[in-house]
Design a protein around this ligand. Structure first.
Ligand code: SF4
Length: 370
């Protein structure tokens, strides 16, 4: 029997007309009236040779993506009755992901290490993926719960205030990953997802650390899942254009973080370059292509209202207005925050109100998910 742990707001949120409109397809998948994207992808035949060059495979991906998007507009009954191919759109993106792994370019750190041959880059994640936990999450945004959440070990960021530092970074070079997380291949990952569906999950939520270093395993697992369930990408969104191309058609829902309103703060607290440029580029892409069903998580940081919160909200209102925003007030000075006096406290209620008032002025939809 499916058992759902529901918060009252997880039902009430669907009474909000704007939420129903912006998340119409996601809701229809929950109600089994539309089909998850990854299932549709299995009905697109892809004929390629495993020795094909990256360039040839990328060209084929462009062609097949067009075919996929034409198919999406057809009636559900037509899609349901299509043949499923063994070598399909998912086989193609999985193959490309494994090729990228040989010169890793999954995120904009572009370490260019051969992870397929045992090398590791900044994230320290080898060829295999490691899951630290998987469970039915009831603490996510109201439209998402209960969420079948799968936490991957490791991260491509080094945020000094990370609240998950045990799975994201503090283990690096100190502990063997095998001792703290479970090695999980694509079939095992699909089994985990299936179990979460049996327990009542309404989406499969890939998170971490960050899921980015595990794109190859996550894409491979789609070949083995069978339930009509939303696939959700929950990430810092520091993806390269190449790796986002692998995901953009297949994810039904997006849950990107948007922490910093400029590149300087990002470099200072997360050790990454060009953050604002990369994340805004990627957000525009998923807003204008792909499902376009997005909740942006903005974590309000103390003393970062003018430099981060307001520029972020300005960007959202202007460039990606259909995104819903979770204005998060749960920043805590964790991990190494004590070394940075300006963020070594929680944000004040005054700061939170200032951000929410600014979002109101810009007409941003945030209340139902914040
Ligand atoms: S996923 Fe890891 S190895 Fe690959 S580019 Fe990013 S940090 Fe480097």
């Amino acid at each position: 029997m499916v058992f759902r742990f529901l918060r009252p707001d997880s039902e009430a949120v669907w009474k909000n007309k704007a939420i129903r409109k912006r998340f119409a397809r996601y809701r229809s998948i929950i109600d089994d009236k539309e089909i998850a994207r990854y299932i549709i992808a299995k009905s697109i035949e892809c004929d390629f040779d495993t020795n094909d060059s990256i360039k040839n495979l990328e060209n084929l991906l462009v062609e097949k993506s067009k075919e996929f998007n034409l198919l999406l507009n057809k009636f559900t009954e037509i899609i349901e009755n299509r043949q499923v191919y063994n070598k399909n759109y998912i086989s193609l993106v999985e193959k490309l992901a494994w090729k990228y792994l040989e010169n890793c370019c999954f995120c904009e750190r572009r370490c260019q290490v051969n992870r397929a041959d045992g090398e590791t880059g900044f994230c320290y994640i080898p060829k295999d993926s490691y899951v630290s936990s998987a469970f039915l999450h009831t603490g996510e945004e109201a439209p998402l719960i209960p969420s079948g959440t799968i936490f991957f070990q490791g991260c491509n960021f080094s945020c000094v205030f990370c609240q998950n530092y045990d799975i994201s970074q503090s283990w690096k070079k100190r502990r063997n990953i095998e001792d703290i997380a479970r090695k999980t291949d694509s079939i095992q990952l699909a089994n985990l997802a299936d179990k979460l569906v049996e327990k009542g999950a309404i989406n499969i939520n890939y998170v971490g650390g960050d899921p980015i270093p595990n794109i190859h395993t996550i894409l491979g697992n789609l070949q083995h899942q069978t339930s009509n369930i939303t696939q959700l990408w929950n990430s810092n969104f520091y993806l390269t254009e190449e790796s986002l191309s692998l995901l953009v058609d297949l994810m039904d829902f997006w849950l990107p973080d948007f922490k910093y309103g400029n590149n300087i703060c990002a470099e200072k607290y997360s050790g990454i370059t060009s953050y604002f440029d990369v994340v805004t580029r990627n957000l525009k892409r998923i807003h204008n292509a792909g499902s376009g069903e997005i909740i942006i998580r903005h974590l309000v940081m103390p003393n970062h209202i003018e430099c981060c919160s307001k520029p972020i909200l300005d960007f959202i209102a202007k460039e990606v207005p259909m995104c819903v925003v979770n204005i998060m007030q749960q920043f805590r000075p964790e991990y190494l925050s004590h070394k940075y006096q300006e963020i070594n406290r929680r944000p004040s209620m005054g700061e939170i109100h200032e951000v929410k008032n600014y979002a109101d002025e810009l007409g941003i939809l945030y209340e139902p998910v914040s």
